[in-house]
Ligand binder design. Structure first.
Ligand code: BJW
Length: 251
């Protein structure tokens, strides 16, 4: 599929683009070996979100929830950015503005070199005190104690991620809405586009006049509305687009 892609019309759009927004989901990290949530191989086939990714689950059994996050942290720590992450990072030097809005918590965009990142669902390498609300980085794999406790006050620490039923950071959400409504082009990459409010950002962009480019091996509820719906793996499609861009004035 990837090698037959006709990127001509998309490249024309990208040549004129000044503000590019990129919305990513778990699919961008799939080729790095990190499981997605939905689909045949997805985490939610083996684990129940309500037992692991809700505040109620954490109150009921913080040890169980932390064991799951510890397991994922150990996996994530061994993974490296793939060509998809790298192209997005490189584009910060290609387009005047590239804003990366990610639902991912794995930190691979940062590892690839992206700087202008808005993490909608938090970051697995940060922990938050359930009493004081203080957020600190923690890269221990495995964790030294489960559940981990706040070194300052002894209260439970929790993963600094957004669970179902929790509000996203208002600052990050507002900024993401603004970036979506002000961009010329939005790439929507590797997301099933079903989890709100992230799933509404491409609609914000589209309604404000941006061209939307979806990259995903499978169709999503957003595919019908995308200006370019490219079926394929982002680790293959993004380098192809980048190669075509390099042949134009956008180096
Ligand atoms: C590839 C690929 C390759 C594979 N290349 N692509 C009813 C209606 C509407 C909304 C709600 C509702 N009931 C409840 C809600 C709200 C809820 C929600 O949206 N639920 C829906 C599921 C219905 N949202 C929330 O609760 C949010 N908070 C909120 O809205 O607050 C206000 C409120 C509360 C309560 C009620 C109403 C309002 C918070 C959402 C937090 C999501 N948290 C998680 C876990 C984060 C921490 C962790 O990782 O442990 O975030 S859930 C999980 O889903 C994770 C992801 O970021 C998120 C999105 O998943 P994503 O990234 O799209 O991954 P997948 O697996 O779904 O898709 C992968 C895609 O990649 C697929 O399409 C593949 O085809 C593709 N792919 N290989 C490119 N190589």
């Amino acid at each position: 599929m990837a090698e037959k892609l006709d990127t001509g019309p998309l490249i024309e759009v990208l040549q004129d683009a000044s503000r590019v927004a990129v919305l990513t989901g778990a699919g961008i990290s799939a080729e790095s070996g990190i499981p997605t949530f939905r689909g045949e191989e997805g985490l939610w086939k083996k684990y129940r979100p309500e037992e692991l990714a809700t505040p109620t689950a954490f109150s009921r059994d913080p040890k169980l929830v932390w064991e799951w996050y510890d397991w994922r942290r150990v996996i994530f720590a061994q993974k490296e950015p793939n060509p998809g992450h790298k192209v997005i990072a490189r584009w910060e030097g290609t387009f005047p503005t590239v804003s990366l809005i990610t639902q991912n918590i794995d930190g691979l965009h940062q590892k690839a070199g992206s700087k202008n990142i808005w993490e909608l669902h938090g970051n697995i390498w940060k922990v938050r005190c359930t009493e004081e609300g203080t957020i600190t980085e923690n890269y221990d794999t495995p964790l030294k104690e489960i559940p981990p406790l706040c070194p300052n006050c002894g209260a439970l620490l929790r993963p600094h991620v957004v669970w179902f039923g929790e509000s996203l950071s208002p600052t990050i959400l507002q900024k993401s809405i603004q970036l979506s409504s002000e961009c010329d082009v939005m790439f929507v990459i590797g997301t099933s586009a079903v989890v709100q409010p992230a799933a509404s950002l491409p609609f914000e962009a589209s309604e404000a006049g941006a061209k939307i480019v979806e990259i995903n091996p499978d169709p999503t509820p957003f595919s019908l509305y995308a200006d370019f719906s490219i079926r394929g793996k982002s680790g293959e499609i993004l380098p192809l687009i980048d190669e075509e861009l390099k042949k134009t004035s956008k180096a």
